[in-house]
Design a protein around this ligand. Sequence first.
Ligand SMILES: [Zn+2]
Length: 338
Amino acid sequence: MSSLAQKIQQLQAAFESDFKSSFDFSSRQALHKKYVKGILKELYAEIKIIKDPEEKRQAGLLINQFKNYLETHFSSSNIESAEQSPPPAVFFDPSVYKTQFTRGRSHPLVQFALSVEEIFINMGFSLVEGPEIEHEENNFEKLNIPLHHPARDMQDTFYIHGENKLLRSHTSNVQIRTMQKQPPPLKIISLGNVYRVDDIDAQHTPMFYQCEGLVVDKGITFSDLKGVLIEFITLLFGKETQLRFRPSYYPYTEPSAAVDMSCPVCKTQGCRTCKNAGWITILGSGMVHPNVFSGVGYNPKNYTGFAFGLGINRLAMIYYDMTEIRGFYENDVSLWTK
Ligand SMILES: [Zn+2]
């Protein structure tokens, strides 16, 4: 091998490693200057001093090959044309390895909560918010749940040590806060996290998302309550969905009703989703207890109202046909790409 061929081989190897470690526009521009403007010109100058015509021809051939080799590299990174025009703001190299990207979006529980919110807002409800750390009084006493009422044991609440405060066990505290601030009429919903002492299993988590509604005005009746809830559920699950109102007991409403919906999967025939019952209990509701009104300064002789509360997680589980509530918090993205 001639000494020139050897030299070009070394230059080519050096260029290759330089090129691999240059990723941006300016470093490639510098490479172009070094090899095309510098080294290549010097090589062509060397031909001029070769006397033997055959040797001269061979040298020209080798240098031209090297020139072509350099050009193929620089044409892909557009250095040649960039010499005349200003460099682009971002260097774009189509040969760079590209991984697949997926677009982010809201958590499915948030998406579901937003559609619940939207339905009630379209029915004329206003959205109100309240604190998750609450005075004991707003969570219990004001809701007609006195100190020694068994409901306080039933609820198994997280108390804050040494203070008369707790993590709210329902969003009803927001109703109390709103009624204390605002005279009737009222038509509000509130969504947010609530806390109860529960072990984590397929159906329970110590924190979950709740939605609560309250309507207060003159002449509000149980029919209004039924109308609103039937409208809400059929908008969410379809017109064929049926609701069943069962007598129940809550300290803050009288009369009270637990509400079941026909299973959207089996249409009351019985399946895994409804545990073969055909119906699923989804919420608690009732006419606001007169004691609650008196406690916040509303006159129960002039005003009536209804309230309802539902677990967003439970309803979302039915909506997404999930078997485990834990799925909402385990960060398993594959669950949501099915
Ligand atoms: Zn079913």
